[in-house]
Design a protein around this ligand. Structure first.
Ligand SMILES: O=C(O)CCC(=O)C(=O)O
Length: 263
């Protein structure tokens, strides 16, 4: 599945940058299969109580798939990629102790798909009293500046949360003073980053989708809370097919809806 194992140089880059880009981390075979698996998931219908599909509006009338979450229980090969021993070995090494899957999602960022406002993940991941997470981004497609690749600021120390706006994203005054670096990736690359490093991305102005898996892990010692996480998310920010008439989910600030273009 993976073409590489982490070495001392990777450990050092991780310690210094709080993010680690591993070009070509997936074998060509797995990278090709991943595109097919994600196509399959996209074709699945909305299904109350099961996988969770979220949409954005490219314009007033169009409903465009933005994100899919909670799919690992329904797709065997993706389950292996998301929480199999090879992946857990990489994340656990970076974490310095055993890691367990917290949640999994795919951001589709189709042509015209919106960007993500600057944010740190840590405030949104504090629900269970956790203080540290690592997210592994697995690139399904190439991501360029044009298609809205991720941008990272310099790392901030673990445990430090920055001043936020009312919606929990990095305060715009602060964001304007920070230096942001775009990180272009190729399909099959992996980027790991900790839950304190600020990140953002722009809209996809290109002609192709910029799909990526975002797999988040917590310390195993902090418990396996994935099922509870998705149960809570379903309650506070359900997918459209589970929403109640008359409830304004979009503008309610929530750790389950931070900085994204979902409607
Ligand atoms: O997909 C992106 O460009 C950004 C992802 C992100 O930051 C998020 O989903 O919270």
């Amino acid at each position: 599945m993976f073409t590489m194992t982490l070495d001392a140089a990777a450990d050092q880059r991780w310690a210094q940058d709080h993010r680690l880009h591993l070009p070509g981390a997936l074998s060509a075979e797995t990278a090709a299969a991943l595109k097919q698996w994600v196509d399959e998931l996209e074709s699945w219908p909305e299904a109350p109580g099961r996988w969770m599909k979220y949409f954005e509006s490219a314009n007033e009338s169009a409903r465009v798939l933005c994100r899919m979450e909670n799919f690992a229980d329904y797709h065997e090969p993706l389950s292996e990629l998301v929480r199999g021993s090879a992946t857990l070995a990489i994340v656990s090494r970076l974490m310095g102790e055993p890691a367990v899957l917290y949640k999994e999602k795919i951001n589709f960022k189709k042509p015209g798909g919106g960007g993500f406002t600057a944010h740190q993940d840590a405030p949104a991941f504090a629900t269970f009293g956790h203080t540290y997470h690592i997210t592994m981004m697995v690139a399904v497609d190439d991501a360029t500046v044009d298609t809205g690749c991720m941008e990272f600021s310099a790392p901030v120390p673990v445990g430090t949360t920055l001043r936020t706006a009312a919606d929990g994203t990095v305060h715009p005054e602060l964001e304007a003073q920070m230096q942001w670096n775009s990180l272009e990736v190729k399909a099959g690359d992996i980027v790991c980053f900790d839950s304190f490093i600020p990140h953002r991305s722009k809209a996809n102005l290109g002609r192709k989708s910029r799909r990526a898996l975002f797999l988040t892990y917590n310390r195993e010692a902090d418990g396996d809370v994935r099922s509870q996480y998705f149960a809570d998310k379903r309650r506070y920010f359900p997918p459209e097919c589970e929403r109640e008439e008359g409830v304004d989910y979009e503008s309610t600030p929530s750790p389950y809806n931070l900085g994204n273009p979902i409607r």
